[in-house]
Design a protein around this ligand. Sequence first.
Ligand code: GRF
Length: 193
Amino acid sequence: MEKLNGKKINTAVFISGRGSNLNSLIKNHKKKNSPISIKLVISNNPKAKGLIYAKQSKIKTFVTIFKNKNVSEKKILKKLFINKINLICLAGFMKILSKDFLNKFKKPILNIHPSLLPKYKGLNTHHRVINNNEKYSGSTVHLVSSKLDSGRIILQKKIKINKNENQKTLEKKILKIEHKLYPQAIKKFLINP
Ligand code: GRF
């Protein structure tokens, strides 16, 4: 990772849908003291609502539908290279990047996952957490490695689950904390990678 030295890190955010985390990252990158500058938003879904946030802020977007993973990843790598991207933030990106992609990009990739990792890796986290009568849940920002949701943890925030909590209320509560957690984790990681 290159040193900060007051320079903002060119960042790409990958999304697949709603994009509320992207929206919070965009709001944060506009702040003077933000360590990142979001140069590119990538989506595997042409209908991802989050693309609107990028367009509203005049951030370049690139959509590739992963019909052929290898082809899509090659196209993405090219875009990352052209835009001199040094950091990727996955924010609700529903595709798993290949080992080959990670090896070729070489720079850090962060992800936000809505559970207290290493617990509840993978999909349907809120559903599983509620079914298991967990007392706590939360969200984790971690480095992406070749194993799903298993890279080094950068920052984690824990919340209490109420008695009458359901999947929807838990998701809403966790999203709210994620919108603060992701920018904080990026800062923490860039200051001390
Ligand atoms: C978030 O809960 C994030 O942790 C998970 O997917 C969700 C994305 O939500 N990886 P949004 O698209 O950012 O609103």
